[in-house]
Design a protein around this ligand. Structure first.
Ligand SMILES: Cc1ncc(C[n+]2csc(CCOP(=O)(O)OP(=O)(O)O)c2C)c(N)n1
Length: 249
């Protein structure tokens, strides 16, 4: 019988620990499909973050390094510079990448490191129980903003793609989402491109994936997808924020 659907080779058989409806699993799969299709499983090294995806090293069937919270781009810089023939990516949440790791993110982009960054924006600190993150929307209720994020006292969310689009060293920045089939297909294309750029030595590529967190948003998986569409996408518009080589053509 013809096989029409199978697990990517770059994923292990481990059962994912993620909550029902969490989109980390979809994003893991897209990364693994890109690795398979580019034929780079044997030479790809992933940098796992601290956050819900801390155990990404159990799920990707490649070499992985565990970084301290927020430090994945610094670790990736070292791994890539020491092993330029390897393909190196980080996989990070918004607390990891846009709070404690902001400096590492901005400076690795500014240095134009030839790495791939997969940035999962679910607008919340998931692993620690749903505290406000740098990407929590104005008015959004979290454990630490029970009356909704008050921008007058805690400021505004950080829009990572927009921020990095002003960093000269960044090569490719795209924001995608995984809330429906159309967006998942676009997300796959962007993730594959971010790896392809690295293969071609083009420099720093980051794909921001707007994602759900039903458990800590207090919503069912389906309602979380709707909430993402209605609330996150207007604040975090999808699209290509920078594509240096396309601009130069
Ligand atoms: C140095 C340090 N500070 C704080 C923590 C606690 N901590 C663990 S995960 C996390 C937030 C993770 O949120 P995010 O990066 O958005 O990922 P998610 O869990 O939502 O996927 C924090 C603050 C830690 N482990 N190490």
């Amino acid at each position: 019988m013809a096989v029409v659907f199978e697990k990517p080779k770059a994923l292990t058989d481990a059962v994912l620990h993620y909550c029902p409806g969490c989109t980390h699993g979809i994003i893991h799969r897209l990364v693994a499909e890109a690795i398979d299709e580019l034929g780079i499983q044997g030479k790809t090294i992933g940098i796992a973050p601290v956050g819900c995806s801390v155990m990404a090293y159990d799920y990707f069937d490649i070499d992985m390094v565990q970084a301290a919270h927020g430090r994945a781009p610094a670790v990736a810089t070292g791994v890539k510079r020491a092993n330029p023939e390897n393909i190196v990516f980080t996989y990070q949440g918004d607390g990891d990448l846009a709070a404690i790791g902001t400096a590492e993110t901005v400076h690795s982009a500014a240095r134009g490191e030839n790495i791939t960054v997969i940035f999962v924006n679910n607008a919340i600190y998931g692993m620690t129980g749903g505290q406000m993150a740098p990407t929590t929307l104005p008015g959004q209720v979290t454990q630490t903003s029970p009356y909704g994020r008050d921008t007058a006292s805690v400021g505004f969310p950080i829009k990572v793609c927009e921020l990095l689009s002003n960093v000269d060293g960044a090569t490719y920045l795209e924001r995608v989402a995984v809330n429906n089939v159309k967006n998942v297909k676009a997300a796959k294309k962007a993730i594959k491109k971010a790896f392809q750029n690295q293969i071609e030595g083009k420099g720093f590529s980051l794909v921001e994936v707007v994602s759900t967190f039903p458990t800590n948003w207090g919503l069912t998986p389906q309602k979380a997808l709707d909430w993402l569409e209605e609330n996150m996408l207007p604040y975090y518009p999808l699209g290509v924020y920078k594509d240096k080589f396309a601009e130069e053509k």
